[in-house]
Design a protein around this ligand. Structure first.
Ligand SMILES: Cc1ncc(COP(=O)(O)O)c(C=O)c1O
Length: 277
């Protein structure tokens, strides 16, 4: 039997992903030096690295393919990626957010988003009746789900919440940092946006702080997030993008091994005589 780890069968585009992952050209760190046409225009469409850089284009295409999305944007951190989504909303917009979520984002929502006019409501997204009851048709613009949710690892039924949200035109964003696209591809379950702290599994080498948002479609909200990233300068540096792409080459192997280890630990402690609930 061939025991080599393989891309998850969940992931239909494994071959094209492998091709993308193996192509790992050197980082292009220059901020401004792009070829110009005689009329002064930039023939490649690239002008300044805060807007575009070929190095992070490679990592973005790879992650978009891994998630089954149409496009990806890298950010300076997972927090920068998450806050870019919220900051692309408008004052007065109502947002529903998983009650259990990474504490840093919860703190930012409470400290900044609320004072800037977002109407933030925390809800138990594992409870479908609560989600349905909390939605305010015409006012709720975003349902933010973290699953598995840090630190209690609550699991939300993505297909079910996406159905509830989409019935009333609410966009669904999923922080899928803990799952990675090896284990869950939220877009296949109806998510509109997938957010990652790429600092964690995606990079895997503990030498990069990075974030990412992947979209199911290139719509005006996506362009607004892009505009936010460019204007706010929340972009990842080219060298970090290069390191991240290097890290993603071993993503499947690492997630497989972590999952095996986690299962072995869980089995060891399941019913252990010295543990009580
Ligand atoms: C689930 C989750 N989302 C987002 C973040 C924030 O990411 P970063 O530390 O890259 O800003 C974290 C960080 O621990 C996290 O665990």
């Amino acid at each position: 039997m061939n025991s080599r780890p393989r891309p998850s069968p969940l992931n239909p585009s494994a071959r094209s992903i492998k091709r993308r992952a193996l192509s790992h050209p050197p980082a292009i760190p220059s901020s401004t030096i792009y070829e110009r046409s005689p009329d002064g225009s930039y023939r490649s469409g690239l002008a300044y690295t805060r807007a575009d850089n070929p190095t992070y284009d490679h990592a973005e295409r790879l992650l978009a393919a891994l998630e089954g999305g149409v496009a990806c944007m890298l950010f300076a951190s997972g927090s920068a990626a998450a806050t870019a989504v919220f900051q692309s909303l408008l004052p007065g917009d109502h947002v529903l957010v998983s009650r259990i979520l990474y504490w840093g984002i919860r703190k930012w929502l409470a400290e900044f988003a609320v004072s800037w006019g977002l109407d933030v409501e925390f809800v138990d997204t594992t409870n479908l009746a609560q989600v349905t009851a909390a939605i305010r048709p015409g006012r709720t613009r975003l349902l933010w789900v973290e699953t598995p949710a840090n630190p209690m690892w609550d699991i939300t039924d993505l297909a079910a919440v996406a159905e509830i949200a989409h019935a009333v035109d609410v966009r669904v964003a999923v922080d899928s940092t803990a799952a990675t696209p090896v284990l869950t591809r939220p877009i296949e379950f109806g998510a509109d946006l997938v957010v990652h702290s790429a600092t964690k599994y995606l990079n895997g080498h503990s030498d990069v702080l990075a974030g990412a948002v992947v979209t199911a479609r290139a719509d005006p909200f996506w362009e607004r997030i892009r505009s936010w990233r460019r204007s706010a300068g929340a972009v990842l540096g080219p060298f970090e993008a290069w390191l991240l792409q290097r890290g993603m080459r071993t993503l499947f192997v690492r997630v497989l091994r972590s999952s095996e280890s986690a299962l072995a630990i869980a089995r060891h402690f399941d019913g252990h005589t010295r543990l009580r609930e």
